[in-house]
Design a protein around this ligand. Structure first.
Ligand code: PEP
Ligand code: MN
Length: 330
């Protein structure tokens, strides 16, 4: 249950009593108890301004609590959610590979009017014998691209050992699918105000996915977007299965902006344009598309990255789909 509590209440005592989290707002506290608690103790009723009993631990992210999509501001002119109808295009290579490579992509972004450059530095590979990312050196290169081209930077945090480094260097933090349950990362991301793109673990239920977001929200960071990137099913012809049913669920039941990643779901560049158009048709808040100057030479996820011509063709085709569902690609 979520309670709005007067400032004069003894919030520490209430937190103890209900095993609750609390957030401080301008003129009240927000107390978040386990959802199993449905009633306020008689002695506390005088402090309670409003109460929102919840069916499950999807609470702060619940559309029954905040009834429209929360707004995330990347800067004054770049927002998603709220009353914006924006679908933010985020693109870049799977990994930062060299200064030349990332600079080429950054220039491409500027030419295409893309505002957010994405590339991984700490790669969560399934084999230890493959390229693991440039690590800290990659972060420095991304920060250089931000300074040189005025792009916002997003990169992935893979484990808690480098979370502070990623937070310091980037504008938006991507929590990777394999890190969705990493509490060290979730806690660190809850203590900052930078936007977080939380990817769904490929074996996670929607309930578990949104509860991971609750760890960030209940720690005090409201700027969380959910990213569907494909779940594992029995199918082997595609890399994962993009759960658009899940997206419909999240739109209906949660108040968090939704970003879709068709690249990792499909796993093959040939399918990414059609899948991206399907994503945009769902009326979502953002897209994450992998693009590389020369996908064949890419050090990770080579098969799914679009080359520049493919990206240009895709982007051109999206405006019509977006406007058909009242959205604008930004
Ligand atoms: C990535 O975004 O490059 C990536 C590794 O994604 P995911 O965490 O979804 O596997
Ligand atoms: Mn990738």
């Amino acid at each position: 249950m979520i309670l709005h509590v007067q400032k004069k209440a003894n919030i520490a005592a209430l937190q103890d009593f209900y095993r609750a989290y609390s957030l401080e707002e301008k003129d009240h506290y927000v107390l978040i108890t386990p959802s199993a608690i449905k009633e306020v103790d008689e002695s506390h009723k005088k402090f309670v301004i409003d109460s929102f009993p919840m069916e499950s631990d999807i609470q702060l992210a619940n559309r029954k609590y905040i009834t429209s999509t929360r707004k995330i501001e990347f800067n004054e002119d770049l927002c998603i959610g709220g009353d914006t109808n924006n679908t933010l295009m985020i693109t870049g290579p799977c990994s930062v590979e060299s200064e030349e490579q990332i600079d080429t992509v950054a220039q491409f972004c500027v030419a295409q009017g893309i505002k957010v450059l994405r590339a991984g530095c700490y790669k969560p590979r399934t084999s230890p014998y493959t390229f693991q990312g440039l690590g800290h050196k990659g972060l420095i290169l991304l920060a250089k691209m931000r300074d040189k081209y005025g792009l916002k930077i997003i990169t992935e945090v893979k484990d808690a050992t480098h979370v502070d480094d990623v937070i310091e260097f980037t504008d938006i933090i991507q929590i990777g699918a394999k890190a969705m349950y990493d509490h060290g990362i979730l806690r660190a991301c809850s203590k900052i105000q930078k936007p977080i793109v939380l990817k769904r673990g490929f074996g996670s239920t929607l309930q578990e996915f949104v509860q991971s977001a609750e760890f960030i929200l209940s720690g005090g960071n409201n700027n969380v977007a959910l990213c569907e990137r494909g779940i594992r099913t029995y199918e082997t012809k595609t890399r994962f299965t993009l759960d658009l049913c899940g997206v419909a669920y999240l739109k209906e039941h949660t108040n968090l902006p939704i970003i879709l990643d068709p690249s990792h779901a499909m796993g093959y560049a040939y399918g990414v344009p059609d899948l991206t158009r399907a994503c945009v048709a769902m009326g979502i808040d953002g897209l994450l598309i992998e693009t590389h100057p020369n996908p064949k030479e890419a050090k990770s996820d080579a098969s799914q990255q679009l080359n520049f011509e493919e990206f240009i063709a895709l982007k051109k085709s999206l405006d019509k789909v977006a406007s058909a569902v009242g959205r604008k690609i930004v």
